[in-house]
Design a protein around this ligand. Sequence first.
Ligand code: PMP
Length: 366
Amino acid sequence: MSDLDLPRLLPGELAGLSAYEPPGGDYPVRLDANENPYPPDPVILDKLARALESVQVNRYPDPASLDLRKAFAGHFGCPVERVMAGNGSDELIGFLTWTLRGCEAGGKPSVLIPIPTFGMYSIAASAAGYDVHEIPFDSNLEPDMEKVLEVVREKAPNIVFLSNPNNPTGSFFSKEQIRAILNATDGLVVVDEAYGDFSGEKSWICEVESGGNLAVLRTLSKVGAAALRSGFLVAGEELLDEVDKIRFPFNVNGYTQVAGEVFLSNFERLHSGINEIVDQRERLSREMAGLGFTVFPSRANFLFIKCGGREKALWRFLQDRGIMVRFLARLSVAGDALRVTVGTPGENSLLVEKSREFLAEGGKDA
Ligand code: PMP
């Protein structure tokens, strides 16, 4: 055996990246991963159990995930031919960047992303050899449309990723803003609606057209099925045919296919949980703002909070008391911040109570 010559084999792009490290440790209150705090209702659980039993574990699953895609298409009212299923929407972000890498000889493909945003866009794009054009949100964490449109026109990015609502800020791109971006480029505009169920707005899915430059991503991860790893890409058939060439044949496992179908065909059973999270978001936002923190408007299932430079101290204080929220260090425009997933009413009350204690104790590191 010879020594593996990693420096020779690895592309330069990987040097600047680091592996995703989920926070370790056991925390009774997890408000750091934008999950739904509620388990599915008993009817869904019962149907899930029966669906999972039906899987023939010795056989490969349907390579095209057809029944799962039909359930998705049925729920959103779009043609099944425009739907691709993925092992989470993360995987589909990867597939898109692998597929749309075209560029002129000697040049590089590029993506445009408003920042701060979901880290996977730049990781996937950088790993696939793209230039990443990052456009900071303005100081109110609203999209800087002038700059976005300028760079779209100047750099002609292959892909524009818009997390809508945006993770981690909760910001929302209006219809007019997305239309303006769609009209300004002939690259692909991906509207990632991972948090779309909490926005109270209509999905862009019905706007996707054959041959058009709009694509939409959705996931079941935020509405109560994070363990399934079930995501969806809605795009024109021509683009999906190309993405299909690099998609792994059995990318969605058999258990996820049947379980995802159960969630999608019983989606109305998720609505009360989603409404509760939206109500709790507004309550938590008011109460955290009442403590003197800066809480930005959010259309998602989390809040973006600034604490006057004490973000890290509050994060540690909460962690020591069994509450895990997400600490975001040195973001462009926003600096340090906390992203707090909306939990159950009890979890939210605990968060507010402990945050109040933090302030009463002088707002310093424990
Ligand atoms: N898009 C956004 C904006 C996200 O925040 C996430 C998860 N954090 C994803 C996509 C990926 O979701 P999943 O892979 O679980 O479907």
